[in-house]
Design a protein around this ligand. Sequence first.
Ligand SMILES: Nc1ncnc2c1ncn2[C@@H]1O[C@H](COP(=O)(O)OP(=O)(O)OP(=O)(O)O)[C@@H](O)[C@H]1O
Length: 891
Amino acid sequence: MPGGNDKVGNAMTTVTPMMAQYMAIKADHPDALLFYRMGDFYEMFFDDAAAASEALDIALTKRGKHDGDDIPMCGVPVHSAESYLLTLIRKGFRVAVCEQMENPAEAKKRGNKSVVHREVVRLVTPGTLTEESLLEARRHNYLAALSCLRDDWAISWADISTGAFHVMPLGRARIGAELARLVPSEVLVSEAVDAELRSVFSDLGIYPTVLGRASFDSSSAETRLCSLYQVQTLTAFGNFSRCELSAMGALVDYLDITQKGRLPLLRPPQSDAVSRLLQIDAATRRNLELTHSMSGGRAGSLLSVIDRTVTPGGARLLERRVSSPSRVLPVIHERLDAIDWAMETPLSSTLRDRLRKVPDLDRALSRLGLDRGGPRDLAAVRNALEQAEEICDALSGADLPSLLTESRDALGGHEALLTVLDSALVAEPPLLARDGGFIAPDYDAALDDARRLRDEGRGIIASMQARYAERAGVPSLKIKHNNVLGYFIETTATHADKMMSPPLNDSFIHRQTTANQVRFTTVELSELETRILNASGECLEIEKRLFSDLREAILAKAPQLSETGLALSEIDLALGLADLARQHDWTRPRVDDSRAFDIRAGRHPVVERALQQQNAGAFIANDCALMPEGDGAAVTLLTGPNMAGKSTYLRQNALIALLAQMGSYVPAHSAHVGLFSQVFSRVGASDDLARGRSTFMVEMVETAAILNQADDRALVILDEIGRGTATYDGLSIAWATLEYLQANNRVRALFATHYHELTQLAGKLEGVRNATVAVREWNGEVIFLHEVHDGAADRSYGVQVAQLAGLPKPVIARARSVLEALEKGERDRATPKALIDDLPLFSAAAQAAPTTAPTGPSPVEQHLRDLNPDDLSPRDALRALYDLKALTHND
Ligand SMILES: Nc1ncnc2c1ncn2[C@@H]1O[C@H](COP(=O)(O)OP(=O)(O)OP(=O)(O)O)[C@@H](O)[C@H]1O
C-alpha cells in the first residue's frame, strides 16, 4: 500500500497554483494514489509517482521543483487507464480518480492564472469495481463489512456490480468460515474489530479496510439505509438487529465515500441466516477445492468441472450455490425438480441458444445506476429483454416446476421498455455516449433533423438556393460561404434594386455590396447556418439527452429488471446442471431429514474428468454407507496403501453430499442423503509455514475445531490425522479423536488412516466399521484396483509405492530388509534398540551404494539451469523448448 506523500504536508510557500491544488486534493486522500487529470493523461506526483511507476513498470519523469527538489512524476493515458487501474488494484492500491470539472477556457475566464477546477469523482477500490474489464464475468465481487456490538457480530456484503446486498448475524467463531464462503475482495472493519480478528484475516490473506467508528454507528445507519431506499422504516425488509444495521450502514457509508455520493442500485437487504446453509469452514473449502483448487485458480475446482452455464449471471449463481449449499429441504427439492424438468424438456437446446445471447444484465444495470454506463449497457438491457421475452414465450405452454414457474413469471412485463429501447437504439452501439451514433434513425425527429443538417448540409443549402432563385425570379442567385460572412445569398449588382424593394426586401436582408455583387441573408438562412454549424454538437447533445431519458426509463424498472436477470440465471443454471447430469450420467439424489448417507457407485467428478482428459483409464465407482443406528455415530475407518485412492474416496463422498444439498444431481448410480448441517474435511500434515505454524500444529488446531463444533448432523472427513507427529503420539491422538467423534459428536464420518492398530476399534465401538481400498500384488509390484471393500488392509505397500515413484533400487532393497526385520522384531517383541543393533545398517548401505561416480548435470539439466523464465519472451521460451528437445536427442 502506498504511504502518505511526505512532501505534501510541507510548507507550500513556493508552489505553483496547480501544485497547490494537487496537494490540497492529495491531502484529502492520503492512502490512495491520486490520478490527477491533466488533459489526456492522469498524472501522479511525488511518492505516488514512485510507487505507481514501479507497480506499473512505466517511466518515472519529473516536472518542476518543490522546495528545490525535482518533483517525480509519471502518468497514464486516459484512454487506456482501465488496464493500469486493474494492475494497481490487483497489487493492493486504492486509486482516487481526480477529474477536470471545467475546460481550460472556462478557467481562464476567472483570470489568466486560474487553475482548472478539479475534483475527486471516485475512489477505486477492489470491492467497488463496476467496469467490465476490471471484473471477472463469472465471479461475484463482494464488498463486506463486519461489525461487532458488545458480543454480537454481523456481516453484511454487497456486490455493487450486480446490486446483491445481504446481511447475516453470526457467532464470532463463524466469521472465518463466512469470509471463506464469500471470498470478498474488500472487508470493512472498525479499528477494534481489525485488532480482534487479526489472525482470522491473516489466515485468509485478507487486508481489511479500516473505517472510523462513526461509519459503524447503528442509529445513523438506519437513517442512511432509509434514505437509500427512500422508506420511512426498514421493517418492510425485515427486523434487523443493531449489529446488522451497523454492518449494513458501514457498507453504505463506504459506498457513499468511494462513489462520491452516487449510490449504486442495491436491492433491498436480504437477511440470511447461518442456520439455512450447510456450514463449511475455510479449511474444508480449501480441502475440497470447491471454487478454487489448492493452487489457487479456478481450474481443477469442483466449480470448474460442473459449470455448464452459458450466461455470466448463471455462472455467478452456480458459484453462489457451490459456496453455499442449503440445508432447507423444500429449497433443495425445488431446485432438483427444476433439473428434472430440464433433463426432459425438448426445449433445452432452443432455450440455451437464446440464453447464449443474453448479456450481463446485472452489471449493465449497475453501471447505469452509478451513471457510469454507456450505450452498450442500454443495448445489453435491450438484448437481454428481447431474449427474455422469447424464452418466456417458449415456456408459455410448458408444465413447469415451481421454481421455474416463478422464473418464467419474472421474465415478462417489459414490453413497453423493450419497445422503446428497440426503436431507440442501433443494433451495435459504440462504447461511449459522448461519441454519439447510438440512437437509431426515426426515433427522435429533432435528432433526425440535426443529423440531416450535419450530413446533408450542402444539399439543404442547394435546395434553398433553388427555392430563393425562384421566389426572387433571379435564376443566377447563389448561396455561398466565406469565413467573414458565413453563408450568404449573392446576386449580381443588376438585381440589386429588385432585391432591395418590396416584396423581396421583406425576407432578403442586405448585408454587403461589392463592385459586381450584392449580398443578402434571410432569417431562415442564418438560422440554418447556426444549425449547420451546431449540427454535430446538437446531435451529440440530443443523443446525450436521449441517453439519459433511456437510462431513467431503465432505472425506473430496475427492481423488476434484476428479477428478470435472476430468472434468466436460474433457468440457465437448471439447464446447465441438467446438461452435465445427462452427459456424465449423474442421478437425482434422495435428500430427506433422516441421518442416512447411502451412495451407490459414487464417483469423484474432478478426478474422473482428469482421468478422462488424460486417457488414463476409467474411474472406479465405489459405494459408501454411513447409516447410524438411532442417534449414534456411523464411522467408516478406511485403510489401504498410499496411492490406492483413499483421499479420492473421502472427498468424493463429501462432494456428493455438497452437490445434493446445493440442489444438483450427483455422480453416482443412486444416492440417499439425510440432511447435513455441517461438513468438515481435514487432511493431515500440510505444512503452513507461511503462517508460522508447524504441520502438526495446523493439524491439531483443525482437529480441535471439529471436535468442538461438530454436531450429530455433521459429516466429518478425516484424512490421516496424526501423521504429522511421531508414530505413537499420532496413533494415540487419532485413536482418541475417533472415540470422541463416535461417542460425543456422534457424527457420520469417514476416517482414513495408516494406523492399522485403529482397525481393532471396529466392532468394539458401536457404528464403527472397517473398509479398505483393494490392491493386488504381482511380481513384487502393486496394482491399484481403487475398489473399496469391507475389511482392513493387511499391509501398507509403502515400499512398493516408493519403488513405483522411482527410488533407486539399492534403497528399495535396503528398505525391504529393514521392514522384514522390523516386522519380525515386532512379532518377537524385540526392543527397537536390539533391532537396530542387529541390523547391518551401514555395511548394507555401503554395499548397496551406487558404484558409478556422480557425473554432474546432463546437458539438458545444465541448459535448464541456465534459463531464467522471467527473462524470456514468449518467442525465446519456445526456442528454448526446441533446444531442450534437441538436447534430449543428443543424449
Ligand atoms: N476410484 C478411482 N478410480 C480410478 N482412479 C483412481 C480412483 N481413486 C484414485 N484414483 C487415482 O489414484 C490416484 C491417487 O489417489 P489418492 O490420492 O486418493 O490416493 P491415497 O490413497 O489417498 O494416497 P495417499 O495416501 O498417498 O494420499 C489419484 O490421483 C487417481 O489418479
